[in-house]
Design a binder for this molecule. Sequence first.
Ligand code: UGA
Length: 425
Amino acid sequence: MAKISVIGTGYVGLTSGACFASLGHEVVCADIDPDKVACLNRGEIPIVEAGLEALVEEAVEAGNLSFVLGAASAAAEAEFHYLCVPTPQSEDGSADLTYLKAAAAEIAPVLRPGSVVVNKSTVPVGSTTVVAEALDRDDVFVVSNPEFLREGTAVADFLDPDRVVIGGDDQDAAVRVASLYAKIAAPILITDPLSSELIKYASNAFLASKLSYINAIGELCERVGANVDDVVKGVGADHRIGSNFLSPGPGWGGSCFPKDTVALRRIAKDAGYEFNFLDEVLNINEEQFDRVAQKIANSATSKKVAVLGLTFKAGTDDLRNSPAIEVIQRLIDAGLDVCAFDPVIDETALEKSCPGLAVSLAADPYSAASDASVVGILTEWPEFAELDFAKLNEVMEAATIVDARGLLNAKLLGRRGFRYRGISS
Ligand code: UGA
């Protein structure tokens, strides 16, 4: 079993740290935020992530997971060092490597000879070299090991992945990183760092493209009068296409897809290739926000509209680049009064992520819908399918539902007196 330091305790670092510890490794997680470290040391998990709290608790009790302030104190004793820091989007679309370089520079003086620094953050092609330069140590190795964790299912994705990708110029260092996953039954692909880094971007941008494609097909279904659910079923039944990740929605978002698609566009441009296809993928997504907002606005017969769901998808409390927020902003711009409800978002969380957004928050779906003429379903929280629709109808001024997530049963809603509008109806 290995000693691992994890630098950065966001959802990637914390999940990776807790999962490595659950596999039996000895893990120390570090963060620069003293409040976060104190909170983790009290056993509190600062994010909504299924199964993570229990995993952290178990690993801390077993004595193989701890949290410290500052990267250097975590790194001193370890053999592997996972860099899991943010790489936000800079103004030119490229990924900002400030945190990555700072973390590397901080751990450099304390690294034991022969240890391996692993890039898990999503970093541009060539960043393994950037980290090696920031470390400025001939006696340590740098390896790329991108993460493919979805928020909300990150623990399950880590412990049961489709593949583990490792990119290293030094075969021995790459094999040592692979051995950390020995207890996981998944194919391991060992390649060079550039290919490993590109695999991450190519995967995220492909998935974003798949979604833009199916959202555009949804638009077409509406125009020609086809049934989008049946079209998706029929298309997804082809194994070469697959039915996963093929649900039309209000557009895609989150902290990764928008940033990584823009970054891949930039990487291509810097390499002399105009990846125009990705422009269209991004454009279609913007159009989808517009389209869903228009559908809600066009259905409104009064100034007040309600939206259910604020997070970028269900199972997370993350509001970053949320399609729901994009749609709400467009509704506000159209002069509508928006009242929202989300099961995991309160005013503090909303103000922190979307300062100044002129939306009022309700304590439950019925209060949000009270006196509204239309309700938009923008996040696929399962509880929205279990609402008391007779009660919802009673409190609304007019009963229209725009179901941008394809979550509800249109026939049942018709029986409850609603006008139902789906993604293509
Ligand atoms: C994504 C990738 O799926 C992970 O593999 C990757 O590791 C991660 O980014 C990352 O780079 O760190 P995540 O951002 O958690 O994970 O979100 P997804 O579950 O991929 O969803 C992205 C967006 O697509 C959401 O807005 C979601 O609602 C939307 N979506 C997803 C659809 O509209 N339809 C679908 O069928 C699936």
